[in-house]
Design a protein around this ligand. Structure first.
Ligand code: NI
Length: 252
């Protein structure tokens, strides 16, 4: 059964250069129903569109990742806007704040805000990256009230509840299977299944028992099994419900 919806992937990554087409063809003929590839800069957003054109059930988000904002001009936001009119583009992403790396914060916020504005203007969802920037991320989500997903959620239960109250979905991936994932487990316990979506962030964050290896969308099965165990339901129910949620978020 094809029940996996990978809401956040990076199949443009060079980790897939040796077997990208073979892998994607296999995933789509096996367990994967849909994939949304995320853009991280102009060039890779464009690449994501070309990739999505090749597979019926592959879609993409276009956007500028906070790690790539240093060379970004406001002109680039207009380029993102033009790309977003393509029929396979379903969101603005991956956008957000990253305070883990030493990247100037004010420019990060500016580019994030411009992209939040753009998403609202186009009435599109966003896919938000928040790494060690919970306070500012929440503040900007409250200010712009975007639709969409807070991906690879790493905040507290309280933050998750606020995000859900604001109408967004929580993205869960391999991290929930890690030994030190106490916070993610708590979030999964408290947040209702109808507000969770599944993701890989591949090639990174492969779930246990593949931690450290190259991740791909089929491994979402292990994430679903872990969430099923936490919520005391079946993995099929997790996959089915989160697939519906993701289709709703991305209007697919
Ligand atoms: Ni990502």
């Amino acid at each position: 059964m094809k029940m996996i919806f990978d809401t956040h992937a990076h199949y443009d990554d060079k980790a897939f250069d040796s077997d990208r087409d073979e892998l994607l063809a296999n995933l789509f003929s096996d367990s994967v129903a849909y994939i949304v590839n995320q853009g991280t800069d102009l060039e890779l957003s464009e690449y994501g569109i070309r990739l999505a054109e090749r597979y019926e059930n592959m879609y993409c988000a276009v956007g500028i990742h906070p790690e790539n904002i240093t060379e970004t001009s406001l002109d680039d936001i207009q380029k993102i806007k033009r790309m977003a009119s393509h029929s396979k583009v379903v969101a603005i992403g991956e956008i957000g704040l990253d305070y883990y790396w030493d990247i100037p914060r004010e420019p990060q916020k500016l580019i994030f805000e411009k992209q939040l504005e753009l998403a609202n203007e186009l009435d599109m969802p966003v896919n938000v990256h928040d790494r060690e920037a919970h306070g500012d991320t929440l503040e900007l989500i409250k200010k712009y009230k975007p639709k969409g997903i807070l991906h690879c959620f790493s905040g507290s239960v309280e933050m998750a509840e606020e995000v859900v109250k604001l109408g967004m979905y929580i993205g869960m991936g391999g991290v929930v299977t890690f030994k030190n994932s106490r916070k993610a487990v708590e979030v999964v316990k408290v947040i209702p299944l109808e507000r969770l979506v599944l993701e890989t962030d591949c090639p990174y964050l492969a779930p246990v028992p593949f931690r450290g290896k190259r991740n791909d969308s089929s491994m979402i099965q292990y994430v679903a099994e872990k969430i099923a165990e936490i919520k005391n339901i079946s993995a099929e129910e997790v996959l089915e419900e989160t697939l519906h949620n993701a289709k709703r978020v991305y209007s697919i």
